[in-house]
Every structure is written in C-alpha cells, then in structure tokens.
Design a protein around this ligand. Structure first.
Ligand code: UN1
Length: 521
C-alpha cells in the first residue's frame, strides 16, 4: 500500500496550497487503506478558479479548433499510456472491479478519439439566401466558462464526456469531481495539464456537493459561469435547473434512472437472465443505467425468477481486485447508508424479498461466495424484491445499489405502463426475438436509451447519452449530440450587393408571371 496522495485545488495549472488537504479518501473495500488526503475548496477558491477560467477564455476560444483537437489527442494518448495505473487507482479509490475499471478508463480514451477529429469538423452550414448577392452561414461558438459537477461511480469517464467536448469547442472549465474520488480526479487533472492545455483553461476544485458543488453553482448568478454540466440526483438537478433558469441558462443535466428491463415470452431466456443479472448487480447497481424494475411476462415469471435467483446465488462478491467477483463494495459509506435506509423504509409487508437476505454483508450476515473480509469494507447483499405496487417508493424512486423490484405483466402495453409509470426515462431494455415487440417497445418507451437483447447499462461513448422526464432536461452527452451543449449557433448573413436588401420586404417571391388566382373565386 502506497502513501496517501495529497491532492489540491488546481487553478492555473497550479496546486493551491492555501487550501490544505484535510479529509481522507479511503478504499471502500479496505478501510485501513488511506488512498489520499483532499481539501474542501472554500467559496473563495471556487471563485478564484472561475475567474481564472474566465480570464483564459478569450485567448483559448481563438485557438483554432483543429489545434485544440491536438491537445485532446495528447490527452487520449496520456490516458491510454497510463490506463492500467489509472484503473488500479480507480479500483482502489471507489472499489470498482478491476476489469470494469479498465473499461471505465477506456471510455475516456474513446471520448478523446472521437473529439480529436471533431476539431477538424465542428461543421457549420452554408445556407441559401432568399436574395441575390447575399450569403448565409452558421457557426458553432463556445459558450464560455463551464462548471462541471460529476459523480463517483464513473469518476473520470463521465467527466470526460463533459470536459473533452467542452474544451474542444473552445470553452474553459472548472470541474468539481466527486468527493469519493479526489485522488483519481487529481491524477486526471495532471494528465489534462500535461497534455498542454494553457493555464486557466482547466481548473479543479474539490469537496462535496453541498459545499463546493453549491459554491460552483452560485457562480452562475455571480456571472462567472455560463453553463453547468451535472451528473447526479434528480433533486439536485432540479435545484441547478432553477438557478440556471433564473439566469437564462440551459444546464446539461444527467440525472437518476429507474431503468426497466422487460422480458417477453419470446425472449431467449438464458440470455435474458444473464442480461438481467448484469443490469441489476454489475457495478453493485451503482450506474445511473442500472436495472431498477424487472418486468417479466406472467407466464414465464416463475421460471425466469427461479433461474435469475440461481445465477444470483452463484455470484462471487467482494475484493474488487479479484477477477472472479461480479461486484465489489459500494463507493463509500454514504452510498451504503442510503441503501440500507432505503431497504429499511421501503421494503414493506406486502413485498417479498426473493433473495436470501437484505442489508450489509458482514461476518454475522454473510454472503456465501465472498472473497476478502466483509468487515473491512462497505459491501451489500444483492436484493430482488417481488410484489411491488405502482404507488410504492420501491417502484417510484431510484435506489442506486444492488436492489431491484420485480413485477409481472400480461400484455406488452402493461409492461410499458410499468416501464414508464415512475416518470424516469434514462435507459431501458427489452429481451425478445420478435421484431414487432421490439419495435413496439422502442417506439413507446419514454427513455432516452433503449437496448434490445442487451443490458440497461453499457452505452457506447459515441452514442447520445441522456434521459427524459425525471432523468434530465433532454440534454444529450457524447457523440455529435453533445456539441449542442457546449456551443451556441451563430447565424451570419453577408450582403455584398451594395444596396439595402430588406428580408421579406425586398424579396421577389414570385419572379414568374404565373397567376395563381382561380377564376371565379
Ligand atoms: C453513469 O452511470 O452515470 O452506459 C454512466 C453505461 C456507462 C456509463 C454510465 N457507459 O452504463
């Protein structure tokens, strides 16, 4: 075990040592392993970071986009060259199984690769004018200073979804990463700087949402931040939306999910069991795309649940560095406490716990296939609950942990009712071999993302990522779609006729002599 890393607020590519690291980031699978020490950046530090970003913006936006892309290229290469080191830190700091951690780092590389060449596109349009000797053009212009606030479950992949396109488009950034991953964030920050981004273009403040995060959001009203990008809970997203709305801004919000997975009679059951297992318990259910409600056709319900329980019982849980595990610890104590409280309050008398038990995995409440010492970390039992009703919080609210509600349905319409009824709309899945069912589902689900014969999680880095309803405000990340978050369209008209040409007034709409009037009308 190496010494804890001391992390700092980084402004202008420098450690701000006036904010000394005072809090400890611990390994959630081994409490005695102190991963790092980090500061809570106070309001003054957040303001300083935003001012630095504001100052850097005018010259950064003038750097030609292909050259900004070259720095994104450097970042991708740096992340790639340090992939295994970053993945190890990721596993150590947030407890993600190592193979998944590698995938998570790969998502950063994929994002860089996509946006490198976007620097050579960032296409605008040439548009015909209704008048002679006049040309119309559209350009993408950067928004300004972007405040990015992200979560601990994908501590660098999801930030890269914001930061990489934001920088490529000519914006400057103040990033508030998750307080659960300050060390990994600090390492990522150093790679961004090593890639060659000028001082002030990328800055990082540290601390939790209620303090540092709220301070960053308050910079919107102070006129120092032009755009907030936020991944986290629906409740916090609503608060950010209110502040942004008052300031006539549109935030990029990626919020919670209660993602449905429907299994029809025409599904390949074995595949569906495997998909449900991974959607439910992969990453210990801590993806915003994790399974929330399992919706199974009533004639196959019993058999499906029995097979799923069999596979669940065979899962290995525990030490995230062990390749045999399906999932490791929860990200931090906060996540475990929230999950336990949810189980205690929301699993009620009319529910049936179908898995052996609920709660934390401990020596007294063990999981049979456990690797490591359960008392050394924040481990939770996998839980599948039957008998959910529409009005239950168990069905209505995101859980964020290895807890899934299972229900049965008769007609596909009823399955869709369950799938949409809670008002979230992030991701969704259907298992069926029948194209008609698949089409019906994809057309009628309100989710922003739909999987057919694949899991609710695992979106690729160049597809639109985002949700509707309680899952977000319709903003999309990734691929070309995110460009609309970090640029604003500018329309330009250029008249070289040397005379005043008034649109709609001097336009000759009908140069021909055709008389459209109908005789006798
Ligand atoms: C998240 O949990 O916030 O689609 C993002 C997935 C991952 C990203 C999840 N690629 O599951």
């Amino acid at each position: 075990m190496s010494q804890p890393i001391r992390t700092y607020t980084r402004i202008q590519n420098q450690d701000q040592t006036q904010y000394p690291p005072e809090r400890v980031s611990v390994n959630p699978a081994r409490f005695e392993d102190e991963v790092g020490l980090y500061p809570i950046t106070p309001l003054a530090g957040v303001k300083q970071a935003c001012e630095a970003a504001r100052q850097a913006f005018p010259s950064w936006r003038k750097v030609p986009a292909p050259l900004r892309g070259n720095l994104i290229y450097n970042l991708g290469q740096l992340v790639s060259a340090n992939k295994t080191v970053l993945a190890s830190w990721l596993t150590r700091e947030v407890g993600k199984p190592y193979s998944e951690a590698l995938g998570s780092v790969q998502e950063v590389i994929d994002t860089c690769q996509f946006f490198v060449s976007e620097g050579r596109r960032l296409y605008g349009q040439t548009v015909p004018s209704e008048m002679a000797d006049k040309r119309l053009f559209t350009y993408r212009r950067p928004v300004g200073v972007c405040g990015i606030i992200t979560a601990g479950n994908f501590p660098i992949a999801v930030p890269a979804w914001y930061v990489v396109p934001a920088l490529l488009c000519g914006n400057t950034v103040v990033w508030k990463p998750s307080e659960d991953a300050p060390v990994l964030s600090y390492l990522f920050c150093q790679l961004v700087e090593k890639a060659g981004f000028p001082p002030g273009v990328f800055n990082m403040v540290l601390g939790d949402g209620a303090t540092t995060g709220a301070a960053l959001v308050s910079m919107v009203s102070a006129g120092l931040v032009d755009k907030i990008g936020f991944t986290g809970s629906t409740a916090v997203g609503q608060r950010i939306g209110r502040v942004a709305g008052e300031n006539l801004q549109v935030p990029c919000l990626e919020l919670g999910g209660k993602n449905p997975l429907v299994v029809t009679e025409r599904a390949n059951l074995e595949l569906a069991v495997e998909g449900a297992l991974w959607s439910a318990f992969g990453t210990a259910g801590q993806r915003c795309t994790s399974l929330g409600v399992l919706i199974v056709q009533e004639r196959i319900y019993e058999e499906f649940i029995a097979r799923l329980l069999e596979r669940t019982a065979a899962m290995v849980i525990g030490d995230p560095t062990d390749p045999s595990i399906t999932y490791g610890p929860l990200i931090s104590k906060r996540f475990l406490d929230n999950l336990l409280a949810f189980q205690k309050n929301q699993i009620q008398a009319h529910h049936q716990v179908l898995t052996p038990t609920i709660g934390q995995i401990t020596r007294e409440n063990p999981w049979p296939n456990f690797v490591g010492d359960p008392a050394a970390g924040y481990f939770a039992h996998p839980v599948l609950v039957g008998g959910a009703r529409r009005e239950d919080v168990l069905y209505q609210e995101e859980t964020f942990g290895p807890l899934v509600a299972a229900v049965s349905y008769g007609e596909l319409e009823e399955a869709l009712d369950w799938a949409n009824g809670h008002g979230y709309g992030l991701s969704s899945a259907i298992y069926t071999q029948d194209p008609a069912e698949a089409f019906y589902f994809q057309e009628n689900i309100q989710a922003g993302m739909v999987s057919i014969n694949n899991t609710t999680s695992g979106a690729e880095a160049h597809m639109p990522f985002g949700g509707n309803g309680r899952s977000g405000n319709g903003s999309r990340q990734s691929g070309v779609w995110v460009l609309d978050q970090f640029t604003r369209w500018q329309g330009v008209n250029w008249d070289f006729s040397n005379q005043l040409q008034r649109a709609q007034i001097d336009t000759i709409y009908s140069p021909g002599d055709l008389d459209y009037r109908v005789p006798g009308w």
